[in-house]
Design a protein around this ligand. Structure first.
Ligand SMILES: Cc1cc2nc3c(=O)[nH]c(=O)nc-3n(C[C@H](O)[C@H](O)[C@H](O)COP(=O)(O)OP(=O)(O)OC[C@H]3O[C@@H](n4cnc5c(N)ncnc54)[C@H](O)[C@@H]3O)c2cc1C
Length: 458
């Protein structure tokens, strides 16, 4: 039995940094990892996909080169093995960085294996038994497989197995028209695959505003991606060497056949084999660990951070969870989850940057709201770059003048959104930004211009 001051399960986006803070505060820490160091973001999520998105962007720009007066000799050929090798190098460096950081950390013992709670203060990793007054769960999540007829009879891919592809799919069918499905869809189309995205709902990204969904659909279809919506009864079966997917859509063929099938249908938390019941840790109906505003579970001395608590599904929310726990535990600073403002990006090209409430949420809040919108065709920098798809929009509380939400779908949208996000954190009236002098020529310079012409939200 090894005794520690703290045990951390999982080395995702919260665990390693927390180990760093706790050991610096003089605690003896154990950290357990059953898979690859760095978790989803580093190995099968953000980092590898964004490396692949960069290859896809290079391919797209090469295909469009003549529009810019640049002529390449011969056609453009993408070598998927080389794309994957570049991706593996970038992601591997992060993975090794986390591993060597933890293994070299003074006062930190790394256990490699599946960890389970054996009680409120006890954890097992294989045959090892560990105890601590504090246990931090940072176990993340994995791809969720929906129950659909025939799915177990066909080979299918998820975000992890996509990372191992070494031949280009002839026709990639993606079930799921949300963030992960759209990113993979556009990149593989740009690599040269035929791509069909199948979505059960009536539009892509159903959580976004309708104008955002519609513009994204237009962007993807313009690149030759087939989008099948309202696919109510999705089923799968082998069709010779292909995979047949029944979609039952109102328009178009009721069945499509592809060489590869990617299920991008959501995530589930890694809490089903964690021994939560032995410690009495409560979860919701979907298995997410229930936590309060400071990420404490119902069992004193046990915290849950990152995707497994259902309070966020992003690297930055998991890292922010670490900051909240460290602030409360070590700094006497009562930071809370409810202090944070919704923010995320979708890394199709052009990217979507989002902050705060959607227009739909703003409408439901019942406030008096002003709104502004500007197409990227009227943003000089986008015109100069030849990347004019999308738009920017913002909503503002008519009384307090504070910004409520924004979406920037357009070139640089993932970066530019931070100018608005930081104003929201400052709780400053939008007029501060409206009067700010921004740099020309940038996408950001048009945010004050857009704010000059606010009108009541329709
Ligand atoms: C394809 C894809 C693209 C994404 N792109 C983005 C993006 O661009 N931006 C963004 O912000 N987010 C993105 N995400 C989401 C992001 O990856 C996650 O939100 C983030 O990694 C969550 O981190 P985490 O700390 O909760 O846990 P994870 O990173 O999932 O880490 C959990 C770790 O715990 C380990 N573990 C689990 N159970 C046990 C156990 N019982 N014992 C020992 N170890 C255990 C796991 O092996 C894993 O290493 C993407 C996700 C996917 C799938």
């Amino acid at each position: 039995m090894a005794a520690y001051d703290a045990i951390i399960i999982g080395t995702g986006q919260a665990g390693p940094s927390l180990a760093g803070r706790l050991t610096k505060a003089g605690m003896k820490v154990a950290i357990a990892e059953r898979g690859k160091f760095g978790g989803t973001c580093v190995n099968t999520g953000c980092i590898p996909t964004k490396a692949m998105v960069a290859s896809a962007y290079a391919a797209r720009m090469a295909q469009r080169a003549s529009e810019y007066g640049v002529h390449l000799g011969g056609g453009v050929r993408v070598d998927l093995r080389e794309v994957m090798a570049r991706k593996a190098l970038i992601s591997g460096e992060s993975n090794r960085g986390v591993e060597s950081w933890l293994k070299g950390m003074a006062n930190c013992t790394v256990y490699e294996g599946h960890a389970r709670l054996e009680g409120p203060r006890a954890v097992s990793v294989g045959r090892e038994r560990l105890t601590a007054e504090r246990v931090f769960l940072n176990v993340g999540g994995r791809a969720w497989k929906p129950e659909m007829p025939g799915i177990d009879d066909v080979p299918y891919l998820n975000n992890s197995s996509m990372m191992k592809l070494d031949t280009l799919p002839r026709h990639l069918i993606i079930v799921g028209g949300s963030y992960i499905g759209l990113e993979f869809g556009q990149m593989f189309r740009r690599f040269g695959s035929e791509v069909t995205i199948v979505e059960m709902k009536s539009r892509l990204l159903p959580r976004e505003d309708e104008d955002v969904s519609a513009a994204i659909r237009e962007i993807l279809e313009a690149e030759g991606i087939a989008v099948r919506l309202n696919a109510k009864c999705i089923r799968a079966a082998t069709q010779g060497a292909d995979i047949g997917v029944g979609v039952d859509c109102t328009d178009g063929a009721p069945e499509i056949a592809g060489s590869h099938l990617l299920l991008a249908t959501g995530r589930r938390p890694n809490t089903d084999d964690l021994g939560l019941e032995k410690a009495g840790v409560a979860t919701d109906a979907r298995g997410y660990i229930t936590v309060d505003d400071q990420l404490r579970t119902n069992v004193p001395g046990i915290w849950a951070l990152g995707d497994c608590n259902g309070k966020g599904a992003f690297t930055h929310t998991s890292y922010n969870d670490f900051e909240i726990v460290a602030a409360n535990l070590l700094d006497g600073d009562s930071r809370r989850v409810s202090d944070r403002i919704t923010a995320y990006a979708l890394y199709i090209d052009p990217p979507l940057g989002r902050a705060g409430m959607s227009d739909d949420e703003v409408r439901k809040s019942g406030r008096k709201v002003l709104a502004g919108k500007r197409p990227m065709t009227r943003v000089g920098r986008a015109v100069e770059k030849g990347e004019t798809q999308g738009f920017m929009k913002v909503t503002v509380d008519a009384e307090s003048k504070q910004i409520l939400g924004a979406a920037i779908l357009g070139t640089g949208g993932d970066e530019v959104i931070h100018t608005i996000l930081d104003m929201m954190y400052a709780r400053a009236p939008y007029t501060v930004m409206q009067r700010a002098m921004h740099i020309h020529p940038t996408v950001s310079e048009f945010i004050p211009t857009m704010m000059d012409k606010l009108k009541p939200l329709q």
